[in-house]
Design a protein around this ligand. Structure first.
Ligand code: GLN
Length: 456
């Protein structure tokens, strides 16, 4: 049987008992192995013979390496957690398993999520299946690449702190859905920056991404930041008619020309379908890179403090004083970017600098939220390009300074700092249309993205 079918078709056929699940799952795993050799999407491929379950009928789901899956390598793309196999499941994973999904593997990522191009992976960069000379985007690069390349029905679970779902989704030509901060429990997520981290989904279609959000979202007592609202079916929402779409002028400065054109074509298409286009301004956009990299590194540096080879992280032969031992472990097993961020974040938190950097960044974050709130009083959603550039070639990335890499995040950082939901939907080759909504307005962004996907 030919398994080149959509998730929807897979679920329908499974419901009717028309999928030979042993054959299907063996072939899906076999394909994952082949893709791994060519593109390096995975940290681990699950070779256990899966069973079909209820609801999702053993649908293959890949999980970003930073999300804990019981007894499965969960190293957050880092050498310091090389052989870590959690004794428990993250809440999102528990929910997926209860619905009968098959966890096909753990996907490659930038170490702890530190990166935009998946070139800070301790286990080698994944290659973009649309052009292997180019990056998959980061940090959920393996997740997006595999979603694009697999011919089997599949949905990916990713994670975004500052754009790690939207960016790789745009670069690999798939859909990436980042929910409102707190909608999906972070219990069992290996933290990057706690006030920013969101677990989200990726799929070949808006439906796929929305379906998986329905499964993993919902209140969790184990995460005190988890929002307590009734569970919703995001894949089964009514369409909003004639949405008002805000287009922020600040998001169109210094864009690659191809991206500018593709974005406008998408916006015009939505207009011809009845949407009303409104020019808006988000003046604090230009401060988002500075604010984000102070807040994110401050939080990351505290989170990474525990990896010292005692309770957490690879242990080596005990030698010297505590400080000497900790330094030996951390120097050897953290990558260059992780070390850079520990130093940046620690500096920003030092008592003498707290006011000048960390507290100022927090005020800017509030201004960014206020900008969005003000704009979203006038419009239903905001539409913009996801990334300002096409996926760069590895040879180009080598030449970028860390600061130049950070600046590439300009368009994904503001909504991430504000904790607002966003979805990137392909709108041109290796280009995404970014649709941002107000807190908990997932229905609106999914509805507009779904509409666009159908008419484009
Ligand atoms: N590129 C951003 C960073 O390096 C965002 C990464 C992420 O969302 N995990 O911090």
């Amino acid at each position: 049987m030919n398994y080149k079918i959509s998730v929807k078709e897979f679920l329908e056929l499974s419901e009717k008992g028309e999928i030979d699940y042993d054959d299907f799952s063996a072939k899906a795993t076999d394909e994952a192995d082949k893709l791994q050799k060519k593109y390096n999407f995975f940290r681990f491929i699950n070779k256990k013979k899966p069973k079909s379950g209820p609801n999702l009928h053993g649908l293959p789901v890949s999980v970003k390496d930073c999300i804990c899956v019981k007894d499965m390598t969960s190293s957050a793309g880092s050498k310091i957690l090389e052989d870590y196999k959690p004794p428990f499941d993250a809440t999102s994973i528990k929910r997926i398993k209860e619905k009968g999904a098959f966890i096909i593997g753990k996907t490659n990522q930038d170490e702890f999520g530190f990166g935009t191009f998946s070139t800070n992976c301790a286990y080698g960069a994944p290659k973009n299946p649309l052009d292997t000379q180019r990056s998959c985007g980061g940090s959920s690069g393996g997740a997006a690449g595999y979603t694009a390349a697999t011919e089997f029905p599949h949905i990916a679970i990713g994670e975004s702190t500052g754009g790690s779902i939207s960016c790789p989704a745009a670069f690999c030509g798939v859909v990436g859905l980042t929910p409102t901060y707190g909608l999906v429990s972070r219990y069992g997520l290996i933290d990057y920056a706690n006030s920013l981290d969101k677990i989200g989904t990726m799929g070949k279609s808006v439906y796929d991404a929305a379906l998986m959000l329905s499964v993993i979202s919902g209140h969790d007592e184990k995460d005190s930041t988890s929002i307590n609202i009734p569970k919703k079916n995001y894949h089964d929402m009514k369409e909003i008619s004639k949405p008002k779409i805000g287009v922020p002028k600040e998001y169109f400065l210094n864009l690659d020309k191809k991206i500018e054109k593709a974005t406008w074509n998408a916006i015009k298409k939505l207009e011809s379908e009845g949407a009303k286009i409104v020019d808006i301004s988000l003046p604090t956009t230009k401060h988002s890179v500075s604010a984000y990299y102070i807040i994110a590194t401050a939080e990351a540096s505290t989170n990474l403090a525990k990896y010292c080879g005692m309770r957490y992280g690879v242990a080596i032969d005990l030698q010297g004083s505590f400080n000497e031992y900790f330094s030996a472990v951390r120097s050897r097993y953290f990558g260059e970017e992780a070390k850079r961020r520990i130093m940046l974040g620690t500096f920003a938190r030092m008592s003498g600098y707290r006011k000048a950097y960390y507290l100022k960044a927090m005020s800017v974050r509030t201004m960014i939220i206020n900008d969005f709130k003000k704009a979203l009083k006038k419009v239903d959603i905001i539409a913009a390009p996801t990334m300002p550039i096409l996926p760069p070639r590895f040879t180009e990335i080598e030449k970028l300074t860390p600061l130049q890499c950070y600046q590439m995040d300009l368009l994904t950082l503001p909504a991430n700092l504000a904790g607002m939901p966003m979805i990137s939907v392909p709108c041109g080759e290796m280009t995404g249309l970014h649709i941002i909504g107000d807190h908990l307005q997932e229905e609106k962004i999914i509805s507009v993205a779904d509409r666009y996907e159908q008419v484009k």
